[in-house]
Write a protein that binds this ligand. Structure first.
Ligand code: PSU
Ligand code: MN
Length: 304
């Protein structure tokens, strides 16, 4: 095992016994949602995974250790710190490890640590992507590069329109990342269950997706996979309302000169304010939905 990795006893045991395990990220806790809903959601995700028979491995860097499987206290610590916590993506890991520091891991960093631990399935809400205006800002999330090189299947609710969804799909195509629509032919758009973009590949059962992961593993070439899972209809937000809030948040971010790793957290928090908390409710429900699917994929994979 990698010397920097620290598995919780429960995660270690589940991996050893080849039981299903799913990774969960921690930037969503510190930067993706406000306190205390962030901590409640993180704990409920863990409970939901266990209900479905999968061991949850929430991932973060703590004291320079790459931790997979956190205690309730550690989750509380990340959630309370909120945006004061370091947001840790791929480029941040060597510094945090060498200096013995803490960081909440993005999708990219969580994938790296999950892969080191031998975890193949990961549930989150939304991934980073190509931002609107990227042709001048060059703001393209490291999450996309990670999907191209690290063998973890990430279950998300599609790309949200704070990103340029079309360019994000083009980028994933260039990088050779399989994008799968779970029970859908169109790419879901996070708060809404439809976008105007087609998904390249559809799968209707967790077993089918597990089969694709297995095939990818057997071919031994680098890369992960993106599974897009539409938000359940009853929790979806009306597209025009959410788009209006996103437009306004984007304009404000630009006016205030928000850049780099601060862009996504700023936009998410502002959209929560502008929708009077409705986007947060939808966000929580879509994460639960992704945890359920990831657990079922991990269960199917453990029998292959
Ligand atoms: N999208 C969300 N919620 C989140 C994030 C994205 O709806 O919490 C977080 C994830 O951790 C993702 C990161 O990996 O933001 C992407 O940040 P950036 O765009 O700076 O790479
Ligand atoms: Mn960025």
């Amino acid at each position: 095992m990698n010397q920097h990795l620290q598995l919780s006893p429960a995660v270690r045991a589940a991996l050893k016994e080849h039981r299903p395990v799913i990774a969960l990220e921690s930037t969503i806790i510190s930067h993706g949602m406000p306190y205390p809903q962030n901590v409640e959601t993180a704990r409920q995700c863990e409970a939901l995974a266990r209900d479905q028979g999968a061991e949850p491995a929430t991932i973060a860097v703590l004291g320079g250790k790459l931790c997979a499987g956190l205690t309730d206290e550690q989750i509380e610590y990340l959630g309370k710190a909120g945006p004061r916590m370091r947001k840790a993506s791929r480029r941040d890991l060597p510094g945090l490890v060498a200096q013995g520091q803490d960081g909440a891991t993005t999708v990219a960093a969580t994938m790296i640590i999950a892969a080191m631990a031998g975890i193949h399935v990961f549930a989150t809400g939304g991934i980073g992507g190509v931002h609107r205006g990227a042709e001048t800002s060059m703001d393209i999330s490291a999450d996309l590069e990670e999907l191209a090189m690290t063998p973890v299947a990430v279950v998300c609710a599609g790309a949200k329109s704070i990103l340029d969804i079309g360019l994000t799909m083009e980028y994933l195509e260039t990088k050779g990342v399989p994008v799968i629509g779970y029970q859908t032919d169109v790419l879901p758009a996070f708060y809404t269950n439809k976008s105007k973009f087609a998904v390249p590949l559809r799968a209707d059962t967790p077993g089918e997706i597990a089969g694709m992961i297995k095939a990818q593993q057997e071919m031994h070439y680098p890369g992960g996979m993106l599974v897009t899972n539409p938000i359940p209809e009853e929790f979806a937000l009306p597209a025009d309302k959410i788009d209006q809030a996103i437009e306004q948040a984007l304009e404000e971010a630009q006016a205030q000169g928000i850049k780099g790793k601060d862009v996504t957290p700023y936009l998410l928090a502002r959209v929560v304010e502008l929708t009077g908390g409705k986007s947060l409710k939808a966000n929580i429900q879509l994460v639960f939905n992704n945890v359920r699917l990831a657990a079922r994929i991990a269960a199917a994979l453990s029998t292959k």
